[in-house]
Design a protein around this ligand. Structure first.
Ligand code: MRU
Length: 336
């Protein structure tokens, strides 16, 4: 995997050989972004099965699944990816010696599917973007956050490759700076014109009348359309809604959790306060020595603030509860 902790200064690969290394890569955010976590979780299951002691593959794989799912609790894609692998582990028709190779094929298939799904997402999302649009984008939702292409940034990239002239306002995304470090780096790769803004400046730009759209991804979407995404999404959506700027959340259906009725019931990961306090100013720590910090990694954006949800199955508008259920039902009916 690309080690996302090093970007944009250094482009380095991180090689995980064991389950513990994969869990550490996920926790420390060497790999991050909901769909990328699904695939990392799947390969983590492969590593666990490969290292499992003979005769104990199933039990050790199930334990690995629990550890992986707990490593980052909010993005449901991680649990989705691991649970998909557990279906193989739980299939009694597969012998113990075959499990690791079956898991490996499934992980490769999942990675390949992710690319195809993101292409569809990107195309659907791009249809909402007009030539000349100025867009505020939150967090990192590009290739780095998935296997390839991305969700919200994938849509922007697709529109850019269609020849639409887009100007991107990339918010920094405190405290891990996924915007300033990763989205800006991806914009450099694709040639998308961009400027970095502080998270706090979004309200100013939205009120100016010069921003046409707000785009972001999602880490988990509840059955009623509430979107849990990188912290700051809620404030951004509030400011956009108040100023009549459309808000789009772009995500694969693996991010949809129909078992959760609304966003307030989604577990929100709270990370170490050091991520907030680690900022330096003139080479010195910003905060007083001994200061404490709170660091929720995600927040909940109520569906009323969202204009459309963009998925690989199409663009979903209000009433979200009804239309999301219909979308999932149609997919099951078509056996996709
Ligand atoms: O904590 P992160 O960086 O893993 O959070 C990522 C996000 O919030 C993204 O916006 C989300 O996963 C969608 S990415 C395709």
């Amino acid at each position: 995997m690309i080690d996302q902790r090093r970007l944009p200064r250094r482009f380095e690969y991180l090689h995980c050989q064991t389950l513990d290394e994969m869990i550490e890569a996920i926790r420390s955010m060497a790999i991050r972004g909901a769909p990328a976590l699904a695939v990392a979780g799947a390969y983590g299951m492969v590593l666990a099965a490969l290292k499992a002691s003979t005769g104990n593959v199933r039990n050790q794989s199930k334990r690995a699944g629990d550890l992986l799912i707990a490593s980052r609790p909010t993005a449901v894609n991680l649990a989705w990816g691991v649970n998909r692998m557990l279906q193989i582990v739980n299939d009694e028709s597969i012998s113990d010696v075959e499990i690791a190779s079956k898991l490996l094929s499934e992980a490769h298939a999942m990675a390949e599917e992710d690319i195809q799904i993101n292409r569809k997402l990107a195309k659907n999302g791009a249809s909402l973007i007009n030539d000349g649009d100025t867009i505020i984008h939150h967090c990192n939702t590009g290739s780095l956050a998935v296997v390839d292409w991305g969700t919200a940034l994938g849509a922007i990239r697709f529109a850019h490759e269609q020849g639409k002239h887009i100007h991107l306002l990339v918010d920094e995304t405190r405290p891990r700076l996924q915007g300033a470090r990763l989205t800006a780096w991806e914009c450099e790769q694709y040639g998308i014109p961009y400027e970095i803004i502080t998270d706090n400046a979004a309200g100013y730009f939205l009120r100016s009348g010069k921003v046409n759209k707000v785009f972001f991804g999602a880490d988990r979407v509840a059955a009623n359309g509430d979107v849990v995404n990188k912290v700051g999404t809620y404030m951004l959506s509030l400011a956009a809604h108040t100023n009549g700027v459309p808000v789009y959340s772009v995500f694969p259906l693996s991010t949809l959790d129909m078992s959760i009725p609304n966003g307030d019931l989604i577990p929100i990961e709270e990370r170490d306060g050091d991520e907030v306090l680690g900022l330096e100013f003139h080479g010195e720590p910003v905060a007083p020595i001994g200061a404490k910090a709170r660091n929720p990694a995600f927040d909940i954006t109520p569906h009323e603030l969202i204009t459309s949800l963009v998925t690989e199955a199409g663009i979903i508008t209000a009433p979200f509860e009804k239309n999301l259920a219909r979308c999932v039902y149609n997919i099951r009916l078509e056996g996709k």
